[in-house]
Ligand binder design. Structure first.
Ligand code: BES
Ligand code: MN
Ligand code: ZN
Length: 487
């Protein structure tokens, strides 16, 4: 989507469709527009309620051919997230009309918001909300319409608006990239394909190194390779480095990249197994965020690591009861081969901590059904060993609108991880399953400030809503980018 800033009043702009936001009970419109919408408002067909929209044909009374009124809801509680939701919703209606170029009156959607912030949020709303990918369809492709051009109209338009709109574009495109990868099927989004996506970042100046099975063995990534034993699909351990400023701190982003999770020998039941194509959502977040970072160019260094492999049952697969070495040197007793995420992540965490000494590490993983049960699909549960890191996350949550909830990381839960035959068991049974998983990971971060995001509840958006169309939610990308932008 191409965006531009137009220094005009909304009633002067010539476009196939003009969007005007209207808050409930406080209609403030330019007189020409006021006259146009009088009937629809007086008759009570549009009240400005949240996500309400109505389409008016201007019949030459405005340069714009169509006018779409979008309800913002209660003016008092309007914020950037509300803006993204209501315009995200409207964006699909506009897309499906087949309108390719639209204008949005910034003042009428911003209300009390900072105009730059509103410009960024509205661009995100359209790019995120109207996202629809044909994926692997070869027929009915004419259903896949797209809004191609977005004009942000404001009499006060300036450089700052332009800069924020450009940032919004980069961020939203990264979320869509994450969605595309995460929703891609296991046979088409393989570890090799993920590595290919990472390698493309070289042309943006990112250094990329891909370790194959042999390289990983030489490096000592035994725990990662234990999971990869069962698959013939070549595993890839992907390391990406963005160098934004010499001598600056390094922040690491790490993603679970299980390109398909059958459960391995501890085979999953058939229900819900197709969704396990999204078990590399953490990897998709990491690669997409690295791309956005390379475009936004914040003055710090960012390390991205993805541990990518299928988790399959086979004659070579690892077994329950196995004792596995790890990169850290600790030994681990395997209880369920379906708890494979923590097996690939522990190596990634200690690899990052040891070789890069980052100021902080963040990992994203579709790790436990327990977290999905705990928080459902509306919030990301996270764990952290550092209150300053947690504060950065809370702040990014407020600006990005991505809900997070801090979970406890108390050491008493370690009791469930005691093993008779190895340093640790990798699971602690059903009670507190998301917490014991996080406690297990904590053994591999040393004293590095760290946060673990369990995104298992956010793999799927079941139906179109706000700025999330059906498919992958593309969770965490905006959140981590706000952490990194404000570092
Ligand atoms: N990828 C799954 C987690 C998952 C399950 C995400 C359901 C979304 C929906 C993970 O690899 C897994 O299988 N976890 C097990 C761990 C258990 C064996 C300790 C789980 O949560 O059941
Ligand atoms: Mn699993
Ligand atoms: Zn998994």
């Amino acid at each position: 989507m191409k965006t531009s800033i137009v220094k005009k009043k909304p009633e002067e702009v010539d476009a196939p469709l003009l969007v005007i936001g209207v808050a409930e009970d406080s209609v403030q419109l330019p007189p020409v527009i006021q006259r146009l919408v009088k009937d629809v408002m007086d008759l009570g067909d549009f009240k400005g309620k949240k996500c309400e929209h109505t389409l008016i044909y201007t019949q030459g009374r405005l340069p714009a051919k169509r006018l779409m009124l979008v309800g913002l809801g209660d003016a008092e509680s309007h914020d950037a997230e509300n803006l993204r939701k209501v315009l995200g919703d409207a964006s699909r209606r506009i897309r499906d009309l087949g309108v390719e170029a639209i204008a949005v009156s910034l003042e009428h959607v911003a209300w009390g918001l900072d105009p730059g912030e509103a410009a960024e949020a509205l661009v995100e709303a359209f790019i995120l909300g109207s996202f629809k990918d044909p994926y692997h369809k070869t027929r009915e492709l004419d259903e896949f319409k797209a809004v191609k051009e977005l004009m942000i109209v404001s009499p006060e338009a300036g450089k700052e608006h332009e800069r924020k709109a450009a940032e919004g574009t980069v961020i939203a495109e990264a979320v869509n990239m994450c969605r595309r990868l995460a929703w891609g099927p296991g046979n088409r989004v393989t570890p090799t394909v993920l590595a290919g996506e990472a390698l493309k970042l070289r042309k943006l100046g990112v250094e990329v190194k891909v370790l194959d099975r042999e390289d990983a063995k030489k490096a000592g990534l035994h725990s990662f390779l234990a999971v990869a034993r069962g698959t013939e699909e070549p595993p890839k351990f992907i390391v990406m480095e963005y160098n934004g400023k010499e001598g600056a701190e390094t922040v690491a982003v790490i993603g679970k990249g299980i390109t398909f999770d059958t459960g391995g020998i501890s085979l999953k039941s058939r229900e819900g197994m197709p969704l396990m194509k999204t078990d590399m959502t953490g990897a998709a977040i990491t690669i997409s965020a690295m791309k956005a970072v390379a475009q936004l160019k914040p003055p710090l260094n960012v390390l991205g690591i993805v541990a990518a492999t299928d988790n399959m049952p086979s004659g070579r697969a690892y077994h329950p009861g196995d004792v596995v070495d790890t990169y850290s040197g600790l030994t681990v007793e395997v209880i369920s081969t379906d708890a494979e995420g923590r097996m690939v992540l522990n190596d990634a965490l200690s690899y990052a901590a040891k070789n890069y000494k980052p100021a902080a590490m963040f990992d994203f993983a579709t790790l436990t059904g327990a977290m999905q049960v705990a928080l459902g699909e509306h919030a990301i549960g996270y764990f952290s060993n550092d209150d300053c890191v947690a504060e950065r996350i809370e702040k990014a949550s407020r600006t990005s609108g991505e809900r997070v909830w801090r979970m406890p990381l108390w050491d008493v839960y370690d009791e469930q991880l005691k093993s008779d035959v190895a340093d640790w068991k990798h699971t602690g049974g059903r009670p507190g399953g998301a917490i014991t998983a996080a406690r297990f990971l904590s053994k591999f971060v040393g004293d590095t400030p760290w946060a673990h995001f369990d995104i298992a509840g956010l793999m799927e958006q079941k139906s179109d809503k706000g700025y999330n169309p059906k498919g992958s939610k593309g969770p965490g990308v905006r959140l981590i980018l706000d952490v990194l932008r404000n570092w």
